[in-house]
Design a protein around this ligand. Structure first.
Ligand SMILES: *Cc1c(COP(=O)(O)O)cnc(C)c1O
Length: 425
């Protein structure tokens, strides 16, 4: 039967037909034809504890029998209150106010609008943002605008607002130039801020790891220097932790791992444990207070039909509990490194190997230029599927971002298979 479904991020004319998944269990996805795949990328980077986790299912079932949804303006409910409290307990204390939404792009739009209006409510017109080349912040117009480094957004260029892009000091194991790259990036930012600090509302960054841009990693030292610089010029620092949040970097949040504190943080993907769409933008008290006024025009006018959905919030509470009970995300870096050393470190086709917590990434050397449209990605993806692995290289960037329940033996088998597939290229 011909499917009427138009798929996301897919050239429908040339892509192979989508695979039908009938079941998910732990790290495994079972296809209609009976084939089992190991989900090495946590679906679209959302699944923290494995598929169909019983604790999340139970939380969802219980909440569905109690309150499935309610308008979130003028009303609240326990799952949202509890999730907000439990989240704040894990974040830096300077972050005090939780604004709910339902996907990562929207969490970024909210941060953009909050940052802009924060200044406006104080009589300052600051409409420019600084972003990083290679950054990805989602695919709504504002999120595309601050993530303009992405090659996907070329067709929409005329619709986007201007953002100043600076280099991201992407690094890897044994990178001799890391300090030079960091200094250059900081210098670019300082030049912009020095000239026009009062034009800038904020600086957007995916801290420690740029996700969709190719799992590009920077050092905590860079974020510390960036935070100090941005503070010095009195501009807001905005962390997009939509992907890096909830243990991905080996600690609960990249801000904790880097010992830095943003003014706004965007969270989504793992927030519900990968169960339901949910997002938050968390703000400092001074941002929140800048909206408090007798003037209705100073309020923050944003909110979606499904804001703070109780089912999603209940799974969020349950997912945070699982993270507190099980610290597997803290040990995956050691496992990645052990497997890399054993199976891939000296592979002639690989370079720029890097690991940050639960994420391992590397470049596959090809004749063609590096980047998302490098054709080796599609070839590899097909070969990995045949070998029972769900891996989705970003062009020639090969990465693993598994659910935290993957066992050492399963991870080792994944690496072994990757080595075999690379040998067959
Ligand atoms: C995925 C992602 C987004 C967008 O989230 P969606 O839920 O897909 O809208 C934003 N920022 C980062 C860093 C992401 O990885």
């Amino acid at each position: 039967m011909n499917s009427p479904i138009w798929q996301p991020f897919t050239q429908m004319q040339t892509a192979p037909p989508p695979l039908k998944v009938v079941r998910g269990q732990g790290v495994y996805l079972q296809l209609e034809d009976g084939q089992q795949l190991i989900d090495c990328i946590s679906s679209w980077w959302v699944t923290l504890h494995g598929h169909s986790h019983p604790a999340l299912a139970a939380a969802l079932f219980q909440q569905a029998q109690t309150l499935e949804h309610v308008i979130f303006a003028g009303f609240t409910h326990d799952p949202a209150e509890q999730l907000a409290h439990n989240l704040l307990a894990q974040l830096p204390p300077a972050l005090t106010r939780v604004f709910f939404s339902d996907n990562g792009s929207t969490a970024v739009e909210v941060a953009l609008k909050m940052a802009y209006q924060f200044w406006r409510n104080q009589g300052q017109q600051r409409s420019r943002f600084i972003g990083f080349a290679g950054g990805y912040h989602g695919d709504t117009i504002g999120a595309m605008s601050v993530g303009q480094g992405s090659s996907w957004w070329q067709p929409f260029q005329p619709l986007l607002f201007t953002t100043d892009l600076v280099d991201f000091p992407a690094t890897f194991d044994h990178d001799p130039d890391v300090e030079t790259k960091e200094a250059a990036a900081l210098d670019q930012i300082e030049q912009l801020l020095k000239q026009h600090s009062h034009h800038y509302a904020g600086v957007f960054i995916e801290p420690l790891v740029q996700g969709a841009g190719g799992m590009r990693m920077c050092r905590p030292q860079f974020l510390q220097a960036l935070a100090a610089l941005v503070r010095r010029y009195d501009v807001l620092l905005i962390y997009d932790e939509v992907m890096t949040g909830f243990g991905r970097t080996g600690e609960l949040f990249a801000c904790l791992k880097s010992a830095t504190v943003p003014d706004l943080i965007c969270l989504s993907k793992g927030l519900s444990g990968g169960c339901l769409p949910l997002a938050v933008t968390v703000a400092t008290e001074s941002i929140y207070q800048a909206f408090a006024s007798d003037d209705p025009a100073q309020a923050f006018y944003h909110g979606h039909s499904y804001t703070g959905n109780p089912l999603a919030c209940a799974t969020g509470v349950a997912s945070l509990e699982l993270l507190e009970q099980n610290s597997a995300y803290q040990t995956l870096e050691t496992q990645h490194r052990r497997c890399l050393d054993k199976w891939l470190r000296d592979h002639p086709l690989l370079e720029h190997i890097r690991v940050c917590g639960t994420i391992a990434a590397m470049e596959v050397k090809t004749e063609a230029a590096s980047g998302y449209f490098n054709a080796v990605g599609a070839t590899l993806k097909a070969r990995f599927l045949e070998a029972g692995l769900l891996l989705r290289p970003l062009g020639n960037t090969l990465y693993l971002l598994p659910p935290y329940c993957i066992t050492p033996a399963e991870l080792e088998s994944v690496y072994q298979t990757i080595g075999r597939v690379l040998d067959s290229l």
